[in-house]
Design a binder for this molecule. Structure first.
Ligand code: ADP
Length: 192
């Protein structure tokens, strides 16, 4: 099995590009944000607890997202691997993922990173708010906190994965959507 992380700031286009990558390489795309929004929509206890944190632009507890990831690894069959989108989001989650994979006799293949500036993050999220109607996209204070959370907690993963020789980055903010998509796919192809 091949395990990839799709990495990048909020609004970088991870969700958009994930489906093309997943289809091309027969990977299961797992977005922790989407899984959490499904829990909220279903009105589950977990969803209720997660909602306040998500609406504030903070991270939900590591154990919650790690449980979701592990259960996906356990239950999803018939694919050549997994494309993780939105996980890991801090160093603890990254270390726990390494352990989780080692426990299964597996390891991470690569981190595919889509990089955009803070200005682009705000532009993209404002655009998406009008289309998808996500509560956490519609509030300025929430967006500011998501950007802050990204820099403080998620960005350090870049050095973590560089140290493992598994970090591969491309520009996600120049040209059309198709140009960006082509760059991401070319990057994945170059990794093998
Ligand atoms: P974005 O477009 O901001 O990257 P996501 O759909 O990936 O959005 O995540 C939305 C929210 O869900 C995050 O702001 C966070 O509150 C929560 N979330 C998603 N993944 C994780 C994770 N791995 N750890 C903690 N919280 C998470």
């Amino acid at each position: 099995m091949k395990y990839y992380i799709l990495f990048g700031p909020p609004g970088a286009g991870k969700g958009t590009h994930a489906s093309a990558i997943a289809k091309k390489y027969n990977l299961k795309h797992i977005s922790t944000g989407e899984l959490l929004r499904a829990e909220i929509a279903a009105g589950s206890e977990l969803g209720k607890q997660a909602k306040a944190l998500i609406d504030a632009g903070s991270l939900v507890p590591d154990t919650v997202v790690e449980g979701m990831i592990e259960s996906a690894f356990d239950t999803i069959k018939g694919v050549d691997g997994f494309l993780l989108d939105g996980f890991p989001r801090n160093l603890q989650q990254a270390a726990d993922l390494d352990k989780m994979l080692a426990g299964r006799g597996e390891s991470l293949k690569a981190v595919i990173s889509i990089m955009i500036s803070d200005d682009a993050i705000r532009r993209r999220i404002a655009h998406r708010a009008a289309i998808e109607g996500r509560a956490d996209d519609a509030n300025d204070a929430t967006i500011t906190n998501r950007i802050k959370t990204y820099h403080a907690q998620t960005e350090p993963l870049i050095d973590y994965y560089k140290a493992q020789g598994k970090y591969f980055e491309c520009d996600g903010d120049n040209g059309t959507l198709e140009d960006n998509q082509a760059r991401v796919l070319a990057l994945v192809e170059s990794i093998g």
